[in-house]
Design a protein around this ligand. Structure first.
Ligand SMILES: NC(=O)c1ccc[n+]([C@@H]2O[C@H](COP(=O)([O-])OP(=O)(O)OC[C@H]3O[C@@H](n4cnc5c(N)ncnc54)[C@H](O)[C@@H]3O)[C@@H](O)[C@H]2O)c1
Length: 368
């Protein structure tokens, strides 16, 4: 029987509501405090979600009752804030990407290891019922040997809906660093680690106009590529194509398709937890929608933290791990580097495929 783990949240912006809602789904997690450099935000969220304490980031880090801190700050703050959390002797689970610079990701993992602490990182959507069903179909051989995959994250950017969209167009964001982690984590979970990558990347529009409120009409200078067409060679020999863009008004490409020697698997949107999962076997006339084999098909953001809390207690590895996020971070860094240098980037990190979730888990469990 697991004990409840006290959790603090650092960063009370847009995504914090989703975490505050979802962490209530997992009885192993007990959110005791929330902090933000903007005190009004932490106070408002504490009130809305009945968090016992709204405090300053410093107070949160020195609170001896807190074991895990969830870092929900903007990407540019992921590294310094996560470093401060680890230096305060607490485990950290953070939103993607692990950091802006690959070397900072490496440094965070080394710091955690030296202190016997854990680093966990979003996305945790690969633990949802949709992707776990795909994982089981692949592991059970329904599409044979995986030979290739495509991933398409095609859209027109967040400046039409996010209240504070500037950071999406700065270093460490853009479509690759913002949305790429969902696709690359799905690829790493379903197919395995990456070996080498290349891409062509461009800034199609150097300025963007904000059309959301309250900053309607303000212009953003774009500082990171917004159209990145990549190729990934996996360790197991499969070849992947990944397009991430904030520049396109419409497309009919599917999110992720996995091609095998015996068939094709249509993977659901990796930014969601559910299905549908569709499978075409080589001798079949058409795709069939396969039943979802695992739970967590509704928005279960926080399952990665719950899994880490449970793993800390049993001593096993956690699934949404810093090592996996750092492999993904290196891949994103590598894609842009390869475009800049017109070459292939050779991966230096390896990440094991995270252990699949067992079938038939009861209630809010992540372990049998
Ligand atoms: N908004 C989404 O739909 C969404 C979805 C998935 C993941 N994410 C990720 O979640 C993270 C946060 O995104 P968001 O949309 O909530 O951003 P946001 O700008 O709405 O909120 C970030 C919050 O962090 C606070 N902050 C910044 N630096 C800080 C520091 N040093 N110490 C303490 N607080 C600090 C800001 O004051 C702000 O309240 C990003 O990494 C993003 O990639 C966002």
């Amino acid at each position: 029987m697991s004990r409840t783990v006290n959790v603090g949240i650092l960063g009370a912006g847009n995504i914090s509501g989703a975490y505050l809602k979802a962490t209530k789904l997992f009885s192993i997690l007990n959110v005791v405090a929330i902090a933000d450099i903007d005190e009004s935000r932490s106070k408002a969220k504490a009130e809305e979600f009945e968090v016992p304490l709204a405090c300053s980031p410093e107070q949160l880090l020195s609170n001896p009752d807190i074991e895990i801190v969830i870092n929900l700050t903007i990407p540019a703050a992921h590294y310094p804030v996560s470093k401060a959390i680890l230096e305060a002797g607490k485990h950290v689970y953070l939103e993607k990407p692990l950091s802006i610079e690959f070397k900072q990701g490496v440094e965070l993992l080394a710091l955690a290891e030296s202190k016997g602490l854990r680093v966990g990182c979003a996305p945790d959507t690969f633990l949802g019922g949709g992707q776990q069903t795909c994982r089981k179909l692949i592991d059970d051989g329904w599409i044979g040997d995986v030979i290739g995959a495509t991933g398409f994250m095609i859209g027109h950017g967040p400046e039409g809906w996010h209240p504070d969209p500037e950071f999406f167009y700065k270093k460490g964001a853009g479509p690759l660093f913002d949305m790429g982690p969902y696709y690359l984590t799905a690829f790493a979970n379903l197919i395995g680690p990456f070996k080498e990558l290349t891409s062509s990347a461009q800034i199609s529009f150097p300025q963007r106009k904000i059309t959301s409120k309250p900053k309607y009409g303000a212009m953003i200078d774009v500082e990171t590529p917004t159209f990145v067409a990549g190729v990934i060679n996996f360790e197991n020999g499969a070849v992947g194509t990944l397009l991430t863009t904030f520049d396109v008004w419409g497309s009919q490409h599917r999110n992720i398709e996995i091609y095998g020697s015996e068939g094709t698997l249509l993977v659901p949107d990796p930014n969601t937890f559910g299905g549908p999962v569709r499978l075409l076997r080589k001798d079949a006339k058409d795709y069939v929608e396969t039943p979802i084999s695992h739970g967590y098909t509704e928005n279960s953001r926080g399952i990665g933290v719950a899994d880490m809390a449970s793993a800390i207690q049993s001593g096993r590895k956690h699934r949404a791990s810093g090592a996996l996020a750092n492999h993904v971070l290196e891949a994103m860094h590598g894609l842009l580097e390869a475009s800049r240098t017109r070459s292939y980037y050779e991966m230096t990190t390896k990440a094991e495929r995270p252990v699949a979730l067992p079938l038939g888990l009861p209630g809010d469990a992540v372990d049998e």
